[in-house]
Design a protein around this ligand. Structure first.
Ligand SMILES: [Zn+2]
Ligand SMILES: [Zn+2]
Length: 475
């Protein structure tokens, strides 16, 4: 019944309504005719642009869907990256920012390449992350570049994978390993003019012997542009003389590797001086200190006094230095209390310099390191060898790199050194033996020739690994 009603309604459509429909149909026909004309025109343009295409050519797949990514040399091989040095010195080798280059084959533009970072599973646990661009699109010649940012962490290893949509697996770069590089000059002290003559030239294997300590913490030590010099002979260098010599050598040592350059100065001796005050309540006019090791390079006595009235100190008279019988390096200081009254007790004090010991070397964050070789060279003209100097020199360079100093901004702040007056590395074996090249005394082998590395993160090796040396300010 509903259908019938509908038919009846259609029949009832008025003549006016039919006229309106006719207008709409006419408008649609006109519009279609215009579109047809435009499409014909577009086809004509296309035909003119692709006139070589013969309709019977086989249909090729779209090259953008089949192109593969290839890394360009040298990015295909494992390499060291010197992250502390200015990139401008050598963009292919220096700096944390690495431009990795490759191309798509065939060499066409517009191909999207996606990149992924591959960290070596053997990286130290506290290695910071690297980062790499997510993707790049090939240029007109098919090439593309992606930036890898490495952490400063020595020994960190990373690769980058690159993949187009056509590839099942990414293709990997060679592995980049974070290294640091510093430069050196060796300044040999000239021989003494008078007999006995003595060569103070450095041993030939002095630098190569350092790899024992510095390879494990990813430092290369290379000759600087100016890598040698000489300085006039001085028998002994006090602290003031070392400072003066350092200043005078600094200007001549600066070169195009500055400020990443150290100056290793060979010297005869630069022993360690100490001062001490001996006190006594004297019951006789003559007073004498105990035996002390003589310091040859400055006056022994700083003051020698007695308490002439409460709180008032006056000079002792007849102050003398006496050597021990048969042992001239041991001395005592004596003096007399003027106007001494028998039976009285008088406070006395004698302050003196004495020799604490022989220094193997001296160094600091300034980048000038002194190696004292005269003592060994006198004992044996073939000594010291590079291996003999390895411990002292690695130790001083460790200081120059900021380890266990007292005021340097890079001081290792590990609590193990709290209350440890010498401020050197105190890690020891279970048996109580020191086991680090930053122990304060020379001697021993094995672990004593290297930076301790078994107590991460607060040991000497991990301190050197994680520190950013791009701001190094030596010479
Ligand atoms: Zn030291
Ligand atoms: Zn240590």
């Amino acid at each position: 019944m509903w259908g019938l009603i509908a038919v009846a309604a259609a029949v009832a459509v008025t003549a006016a309504a039919i006229a309106a429909v006719a207008v709409v149909v006419t408008a649609v026909v006109v519009t279609a005719a215009v579109l047809l004309a435009q499409m014909a025109s577009a086809r004509k343009d296309a035909d003119e642009n692709f006139i070589d295409r013969v309709i019977s050519d086989p249909v090729l797949p779209c090259p953008r869907l089949t192109a593969v990514w290839v890394w360009d040399p040298p990015h295909t091989t494992d390499r060291r990256r010197y992250v502390n040095l200015p990139k401008a010195w050598d963009p292919d080798m220096n700096g944390r920012e690495v431009e990795l280059k490759g191309h798509v084959e065939p060499r066409i533009p517009g191909v999207v390449v996606n990149f992924n970072l591959i960290a070596n599973p053997g990286n130290e646990p506290d290695t910071p992350a690297a980062s790499v661009g997510a993707s790049a699109t090939s240029e007109a010649d098919g090439s593309a570049t992606v930036r890898l940012t490495l952490p400063v962490y020595g020994g960190a290893r990373f690769k980058v994978g690159g993949k187009t949509v056509a590839m099942a697996q990414p293709v990997e770069t060679g592995e980049l390993t974070v290294w640091r590089k510093v430069f050196y000059q060796i300044t040999d002290m000239e021989s003494p003019a008078a007999e006995p003559t003595l060569s103070l030239a450095h041993p030939a294997d002095m630098i190569s012997a350092l790899t024992t300590a510095f390879d494990p913490v990813f430092f290369e030590i290379k000759p600087s542009t100016k890598s040698s010099a000489t300085t006039p002979y001085q028998a002994h260098l006090t602290q003031e003389q070392r400072s003066t010599l350092e200043t005078s050598l600094r200007a001549g040592a600066a070169d195009d590797r500055s400020p990443f350059k150290m100056n290793i100065v060979m010297c005869d001796t630069a022993d360690i001086v100490g001062t001490q005050e001996w006190t006594d309540n004297a019951t006789t006019a003559a007073v004498t200190t105990g035996w002390i090791l003589k310091w040859d390079h400055d006056p022994t006595v700083i003051h020698a006094q007695y308490e002439s009235a409460p709180g008032t100190w006056s000079a002792l008279t007849n102050v003398q230095i006496t050597a021990a019988p048969g042992q001239p390096e041991w001395i005592a200081v004596s003096g007399e209390i003027p106007g001494f009254t028998a039976g009285s007790t008088v406070a006395v004090r004698i302050k003196y310099r004495y020799k604490v010991g022989n220094a193997g070397g001296w160094g600091g964050t300034t980048g000038t390191l002194f190696m004292c070789i005269g003592r060994d060279r006198r004992a044996d003209a073939a000594k010291p060898t590079g291996a003999d100097l390895q411990q002292a020199l690695a130790h001083e360079i460790g200081h120059a790199l900021g380890l266990v100093g007292t005021t340097e901004p890079w001081r290792d702040m590990d609590p193990r050194d709290d209350g440890y007056s010498l401020r050197h590395c105190g890690y020891k074996t279970a048996g109580g033996d020191p086991r680090c090249v930053m122990w304060y005394m020379l001697g021993g082998g094995g672990a004593r020739l290297q930076f301790c590395c078994s107590d991460r993160p607060n040991d000497c090796a991990h301190y050197l690994l994680r520190t950013d040396y791009s701001g190094l300010g030596w010479i």
